[in-house]
Design a protein around this ligand. Structure first.
Ligand code: HEC
Length: 208
């Protein structure tokens, strides 16, 4: 008696070898329980790989083009203020969400990781990478950068500027705003009028 095993079942080779090792009796046994042991259907499914060709469609591609206007989940980004720092092409002067102490703490943490290596922890632009020869960035404390709208900082982080690469792949939009807010803190820390300091501390300072 001969058993005709469909070739699809004997594929891939590893499972064929497995079957041969079992001999005729084994094969009979396997055939009787539905040939399930050697099947690799889960591994070798009848499906198209990405970018695979297919003559069925007129454009010769197995994958269908996206319908016009399709937006990937989570990519709608209608909030231009939040995602670009601009409204109608103009840099915004406001934050897209309230800046709390926690946001500032987060901003400081992210700033120290992603910006301080070049801009240094006070924002004067003399970080370790600069000390090792990288082009020095301008200090955040110059009049021009103290005067720019907040959207500028978000924009530089999002799109880069001159020698500075953008950080949009590693710093998410909300964190970019938190960093921008913390830059304002740094700017204020270096440009405080004596009247802004609490009175007890003013007295301390006057003594020095
Ligand atoms: C590898 C070094 C490096 C890192 C890291 C870096 N910067 Fe810069 N940054 C520069 C340099 C260099 C410039 C000057 C670019 C130029 O004018 O060509 C600059 C310029 C800037 C400016 C000034 C733009 C202007 O109007 O002149 C801002 C704002 C800024 N960076 C923000 C950031 C923030 C925020 C981070 C962290 C998320 C950061 N940078 C990380 C090197 C760096």
């Amino acid at each position: 008696m001969s058993i005709k095993v469909p070739s699809s079942i004997l594929y891939p080779l590893s499972s064929v070898r497995q079957c041969q090792g079992l001999g005729f009796l084994g094969l009979m046994l396997i055939a009787s329980v539905g040939v399930t042991n050697c099947r690799q259907d889960m591994h070798d499914q009848p499906r198209f790989e990405p970018l695979e060709a297919n003559a069925f469609f007129s454009d010769g591609r197995a994958s269908r083009p996206l319908i016009k206007g399709t937006v990937a989940r989570g990519r709608l980004r209608l909030d231009k203020h939040f995602y670009t720092g601009k409204i109608d092409g103009e840099l915004v002067a406001t934050f897209p969400f309230p800046i709390t102490k926690d946001v500032l703490k987060r901003g400081r943490e992210r700033y120290d990781i992603f910006c301080a290596p070049c801009h240094d922890k006070t924002g004067s632009g003399n970080g370790m990478i600069v000390q090792r020869g990288f082009r020095p960035p301008p200090s955040y404390h110059i009049a021009r950068l103290r005067g720019v709208p907040i959207g500028h900082f978000f924009d530089v982080m999002t799109n880069g500027l001159g020698a500075m690469y953008d950080v949009s792949d590693r710093v998410q939009p909300r964190d970019r705003w938190a960093i921008a807010a913390y830059i304002r803190v740094l700017q204020r820390s270096q440009n405080v009028a004596i009247e802004d300091v609490p009175e007890e501390i003013q007295k301390e300072l006057m003594k020095q």
